[in-house]
Design a binder for this molecule. Sequence first.
Ligand SMILES: NC(=O)c1ccc[n+]([C@@H]2O[C@H](COP(=O)([O-])OP(=O)(O)OC[C@H]3O[C@@H](n4cnc5c(N)ncnc54)[C@H](OP(=O)(O)O)[C@@H]3O)[C@@H](O)[C@H]2O)c1
Length: 254
Amino acid sequence: MTLRVFITGGSSGIGFELARQYLESGAIVGITSRDASRLDFFGQNWPGRALLLGADVRDMVSMKRAAELFLALHGAPDIVYANAGISIGNLTELEEDIAVFEEILDTNVTGMVRTFQPFLAAMKQRGSGKLVGISSIAGFRGLPGASAYSASKAAAIRYLEGLRAELYGSGIRVITICPGYVATPMTSRNPYPMPFLVPASKAASGIIRSVEMDRLRYTFPWQMKAIGMLLGMLPDRLHSLLFSRAPRKPRMGD
Ligand SMILES: NC(=O)c1ccc[n+]([C@@H]2O[C@H](COP(=O)([O-])OP(=O)(O)OC[C@H]3O[C@@H](n4cnc5c(N)ncnc54)[C@H](OP(=O)(O)O)[C@@H]3O)[C@@H](O)[C@H]2O)c1
């Protein structure tokens, strides 16, 4: 049986590599971008198996339309990836950054809900499938200058945990992915060293393997997983002292 996969944010970075690798392995893949023309590469190389969908995870109507098209053509997907996400620096003291805060939370958290929701009835009826959310090690502790991003990724971890318990016994697996630094357009502008940076192709192949193995949570690379776990144990006072000097994610327009 041909694997059927749905991926949001397939126009670049991790999502692009996930889509490419699944298509190379023979799967049918529904791929979204806010601008479907950014997905031409997939249409040219796999015209029969790549379904190119213009959809915005901030807009329920477009997500529903994309899911309905996928369901009509291919039935319930075996795997749904809520991968689309944004990362922009923000500072609470600046009023204009409140809109940035809202955009990040809406995209990275509610966008995940809007991705899964339209598929759930069909997947539940079939009694199988996997919902995969791309969170981040950035969700393990608060990051100065990127508090919206780390809050969104912490929220994603808890959202996925709640959903997993909600779907217990339904046959649907909920999988949480927490990458460290991955070389993609999202990180290319970071003006600070990114330890243990992983190429996007390697990140995607590791994610695909972990999803195949049904791991409930996959945090990588192992060096960043160890650092993340240590940071998680830091007392709050020590965390704020150490992180007060950490370099900041560029804000919009920086
Ligand atoms: N790179 C890292 O180091 C890293 C580490 C941990 C976690 N992550 C997470 O991994 C995921 C992918 O990140 P990436 O590094 O691959 O980033 P990226 O190269 O910037 O790609 C982000 C993707 O998300 C899509 N997207 C953004 N806003 C969207 C929206 N409103 N609706 C639909 N699609 C939207 C973009 O598509 P369009 O612009 O074409 O719509 C693009 O395809 C994100 O959730 C990110 O937070 C990344």
